[in-house]
Write a protein that binds this ligand. Structure first.
Ligand SMILES: [Zn+2]
Ligand SMILES: [Zn+2]
Ligand SMILES: [Zn+2]
Ligand SMILES: [Zn+2]
Ligand SMILES: [Zn+2]
Ligand SMILES: [Zn+2]
Ligand SMILES: [Zn+2]
Ligand SMILES: [Zn+2]
Length: 360
């Protein structure tokens, strides 16, 4: 049908036009008693104004939504870009009620395919909703796979990688520190094993608390004993100095009621031939505090001179005092040795090695 049948006002963008032909119009007006009004449409136009952004764009920027009676394509009122952004803004995923979420009790291992309880799978991260997640590979498959992989790797290289990961220490610096210490523990001078498996990298926990170090606060390499001992003496110069003067001071022999311990029930009192009263008196004398770190402790332990009695038992002449478990263990690991404690003390006095390295 002729296009002029519809057009009322020929605006090139949106001509004012009837959607139905004159014949239909007359019939509809007679039936409804109301005039059919023309609308502005983009029929026949190659340009169109978007209803949303008001920009005039090519019709290819609009989605076709149908055909006019004139055979021309009808396009949507909003351009494709606007439609897309409106859709995006509208699309809000329905919130999932995580409080009703319960972990499955079993899981199928993706390697061996067996269904096993969750405890057979290593824990992975905590999800953003606070749920504990588990790995997809069961513990035995994972361990096996890791073992297989490890067997193919050079152990020295793995160690070196681990040092980089834990202490930010590359192999060059490692070798440099090791040779500067003569390949031995910086405190007790015990030589390290050839492959370095017993090298403990010690760092300043004041800088980096925990196991890992930033790499700038590495103080030196220690053997396992000295490293643990330093930790037990809380990395403290004061406590280590107190421990030194403690092991150098003479023992305080017990004299009174030499047989009273015999009826004691406590295994520790018996092995130190000490009565509960004597223990209480000694604790009273120390004010309930450790003889080294002078911190109050409810679990003070009896310490004796191990050069008189190596091992756990002592005689009544070699008891030195009551120590907190930390100080007792720290001093014990350094084998009660004033030399080693002095070594620990001068070790703690040193500044971190990175200061030396930075100068070079
Ligand atoms: Zn018609
Ligand atoms: Zn638009
Ligand atoms: Zn498995
Ligand atoms: Zn050592
Ligand atoms: Zn650090
Ligand atoms: Zn203590
Ligand atoms: Zn003892
Ligand atoms: Zn003794």
């Amino acid at each position: 049908m002729d296009r002029s049948e519809y057009i009322v006002e020929d605006d090139p963008l949106t001509p004012l036009q009837f959607a139905i032909c004159r014949g239909c119009r007359v019939r509809r007006e007679a039936a409804t008693g109301r005039a059919v009004r023309p609308r502005r449409t983009a029929a026949g136009s190659t340009r169109k104004r978007c209803n949303n952004c008001s920009e005039v764009k090519d019709v290819s920027e609009f989605s076709p939504v149908g055909t006019f009676v004139t055979g021309e394509t009808k396009y949507g009122t909003k351009c494709k870009a606007c439609n897309a952004s409106i859709k995006r803004a509208k699309h809000v995923p329905a919130p999932y009620d995580w409080s009703t979420w319960r972990p499955k009790e079993t899981k199928i291992c993706r390697v061996c395919g067996l269904e096993m309880p969750l405890s057979e799978f290593p824990k992975s991260r905590i999800s953003t909703h606070g749920q504990q997640l588990h790995h997809g590979t069961c513990k035995s498959c994972g361990a096996g796979k890791y073992k297989d992989w490890r067997a193919t790797q050079d152990p020295a290289r793995l160690k070196a990688q681990r040092r980089v990961w834990l202490f930010n220490l590359d192999h060059e610096s490692y070798a440099q520190i090791l040779s500067s210490q003569g390949g031995a523990c910086a405190i007790c001078a015990t030589p390290f094993a050839e492959d370095g498996r017993d090298v403990y990298v010690d760092h300043d926990h004041g800088c980096c608390p925990g196991r890992r170090s930033c790499g700038k606060c590495i103080r030196g390499f220690l053997c396992n004993r000295c490293n643990t001992a330093l930790g037990q003496l809380r990395d403290s110069r004061e406590i280590t100095a107190a421990a030194l003067s403690y092991v150098e001071s003479p023992a305080r022999p017990l004299s009174a009621s030499p047989d009273a311990w015999y009826s004691e029930q406590d295994r520790w009192l018996i092995s130190h031939m000490m009565s509960a009263d004597e223990f209480a008196a000694l604790r009273e004398q120390q004010g309930g505090k450790c003889a080294i770190c002078v911190e109050p402790n409810a679990n003070l332990e009896i310490d004796h001179d191990h050069s008189c009695h190596p091992g756990l038992k002592s005689c009544r002449r070699c008891i030195r005092g009551l120590l907190c478990p930390h100080c007792n263990k720290g001093v014990g690991l350094l084998q009660d040795s004033p030399e080693r404690l002095r070594g620990a003390l001068s070790y703690l006095d040193c500044r971190p090695l990175s200061d030396d390295r930075a100068v070079q």
